[in-house]
Ligand binder design. Structure first.
Ligand SMILES: [Zn+2]
Length: 212
């Protein structure tokens, strides 16, 4: 095998083992902060298949996540993630794990791990982006948790940075209303109105169609 063939084999292997869940048949709580119309269309039409470059990035991200979990296990603080299943699995969420509570009186905290290319991509200040705020609040709402640690890991430097999100019941209720509305829309085959201003006339919004 020559060097170019080896390169090709290596890329193909990583793509085949990227762990990317391309054919999701449920509404993921990870994207619940997005525009309802975008969520609906993503659910009905599926996501666009990732490019080779995106596959390689997914793989990198999963590995960064696994590394963080190994370190937290080493500290004796890690507990396994949970699956949220609502409406017979039409809506689902998969958490990255829990951080063991220091006493039995307070429950475990939720754990969410994000990887970014370089430390310059860490969220500025103390707050996570709105999309992550909605995602973690949705998980806390359905799991009855009060707090979430969000760990960002920069792949280039290996540097971790942590952010905390406290549960806000008001946003939790807002998310539950949105979930219920989406389920009704899917069951009635009725496309919800766009709230982001970027979905166009029935067109598909990109994966970055954030609700801002
Ligand atoms: Zn929209």
């Amino acid at each position: 095998m020559n060097t170019r063939e080896l390169e090709k084999s290596l890329v193909n292997y990583i793509v085949a083992h990227s762990g990317h869940d391309g054919k999701r048949s449920y509404i993921g709580l990870s994207g619940i902060g997005d525009c309802p119309r975008a969520i609906y269309l993503r659910h009905v039409h599926g996501e666009e298949p990732p490019s080779v470059a995106q596959h390689l990035k997914f793989k990198r991200g999963y590995e960064a996540e696994e590394a963080i979990i190994r370190y937290l296990r080493g500290l004796g603080l890690y507990r396994a993630g949970e699956t949220i299943r609502l409406y017979d699995g039409l809506v689902q969420g998969h958490t990255d794990g829990r951080i063991r509570a220091s006493s039995d009186r307070i429950g475990d905290s939720l754990l969410e791990i994000k990887s970014v290319a370089v430390p310059e991509h860490f969220p500025e200040g103390e707050r996570v982006p709105l999309r992550v705020y909605w995602q973690t609040t949705a998980y806390m709402h359905y799991l009855g948790r009060r707090y979430c640690h969000v760990i960002y890991l920069a792949c280039s430097s290996g540097e971790p940075r942590l952010y905390g999100v406290s549960y806000r019941p008001g946003l939790g209720r807002q998310i539950e209303d949105k979930v219920n509305g989406l389920v009704e829309a899917v069951r009635a085959c009725q496309i919800p109105a766009c709230s982001c201003g970027r979905c166009g006339a029935g067109g598909l919004v990109g994966k970055d169609g954030y609700y801002e």
